[in-house]
Design a protein around this ligand. Structure first.
Ligand code: SAM
Length: 268
């Protein structure tokens, strides 16, 4: 059936067998696993995931793709291995699906226009997946793992919940139509809230946002308005072993957590 890809929905269909196989491998997808796929498109990745024996819920926004998927996966839909859902992933509620009440995995070649929103949603929701394997723009994948040694709000947010790993580059020519930039597979494993024990999630993000607030300012100056007036930030920085001249991008997650705890302890 002829189908014209929709730019507005970030439709770049993956045609590299290797990249598809790498994604399934990176997610260590096994028989019996529960997988949520975002944007199945014409089903190239769905097919590979189903072949492992995993159960899949695939959420597709484009109504026109649903009949194509239904036809391609008639057998799997009938025997319950695959559930196709027509929905916007940003409005999708995993708690409505029994399969996703277990340790599910998100495996997806995502539409790039909502990369940030998807990552924020699935790391921040109550019922987080255990693992996420995403095909994203290469530059975003590099930023998430801080490949150049520079942290960002994105890298620290991801590391707060899980362990990101850069798997491999996927050149633009392996997509149809080819996007303007190259992509890369990224895996985020061990997703949980364990690093947030006794930490107010919302307040911690306020600290991160404050720290990265003004690019030209050092971190200490940036977080001054967030901390209270009576708090001796230089003393705290020295105790933790961070230079008062450090920039937010040079400070690793464990240190941000220490700063947060120290400031909280100092407050009465
Ligand atoms: N998985 C297919 C593949 O690998 O070839 C397609 C990937 S394509 C990059 C992104 C897919 O996400 C498209 O099928 C698109 O229609 C779908 N999509 C776009 N926005 C969406 C949204 N908000 N919710 C769910 N699916 C969406």
């Amino acid at each position: 059936m002829y189908y014209k890809a929709k730019k507005s929905l970030g439709q770049n269909f993956l045609k590299s067998e290797k990249a598809l196989a790498d994604m399934v491998r990176a997610g260590d997808v096994q028989k019996g696993d529960a997988v949520l796929e975002i944007g199945p498109g014409k089903g190239a990745l769905t097919e590979k995931i189903l072949r492992t024996g995993a159960k899949v819920i695939a959420v597709e926004k484009d109504r026109e793709l649903l009949p194509i998927l239904e036809e391609k996966f008639q057998k799997e839909v009938k025997n319950g291995q695959l559930t196709l859902v027509e929905a916007d992933i940003l409005e999708f509620d995993p708690t409505n699906y029994f399969l996703l009440s277990t340790n599910y995995k998100v495996i997806a070649n995502i539409p790039y226009y909502i990369t940030g929103a998807i990552i924020r949603k699935f790391l921040g929701i109550e019922k987080q997946p255990k693992t996420m394997v995403l095909l994203v723009q290469k530059e975003v994948a590099e930023r998430i793992v801080a490949r150049n040694g520079k942290e960002s709000l994105l890298s620290l947010s991801v590391k707060l919940y899980g362990t990101p790993k850069y798997i491999d580059k996927v050149a633009a020519r392996y997509f149809s139509p080819a996007p303007k930039v190259d992509s890369a597979i990224i895996a985020i494993t061990d997703i949980s809230r364990k690093k947030l024990a006794n930490i107010d999630e919302k307040a911690f993000f306020e600290l991160l946002h404050a720290g990265f607030g003004h690019k030209r300012k050092v971190m200490l100056k940036n977080i001054e308005p967030w901390a209270e007036k009576n708090i001796q930030l230089p003393v705290i920085f020295e105790k933790i072993g961070i230079s008062i001249k450090a920039r937010a991008e040079d400070v690793e997650l464990a240190k941000w957590i220490e700063i947060f705890r120290k400031i909280k302890d100092t407050r009465v």
